[in-house]
Design a protein around this ligand. Sequence first.
Ligand SMILES: [Mg+2]
Length: 166
Amino acid sequence: MKQLYIDFDGVILDTMSKTYKVLEESGIDKNDYEKVTEYFRNLDWKKLIEETDVINDSINEIKKICASKKFNVYILTHVNSTNEMVQKIKYLHKVLPLVTVVSVPKEIPKTDVVNPSAAILIDDYSGNIKEWQKRLGIGIKFVKEPENGDFPEISHLSEVIDMFNQ
Ligand SMILES: [Mg+2]
């Protein structure tokens, strides 16, 4: 079975659209790294997760992937705070009890925490895909709508099932 890592923000829940909207409304300069980091550290993730929509039926799509028995499925997510990590794990444990969650501190690349070699990463951030490919992993970009960009892309997670033979 292939290792399959699935990103959380922007792939499972649309947390980033929501937080950036609030960030804009709060008047914080998006280029002010310290202020933005501070903002993300202090976010109430319980509330954010409750108020955020699932993207393109991703929870059910992941259940389909698990049922295909083709992959070892992990959620691989960057976190800015312990609160963020705890709330994401609680949520995922409830909706996808059999899936392992790997939390990565924001300061560290995902490729430093798990071994990308021959493993698949589905992520909405091109930077993560590039880094993954550099380390001989298979990167797939998650897009809400087709983009025809530089990377293989999917807009529904279960599309990955037919991309690999075993
Ligand atoms: Mg993301």
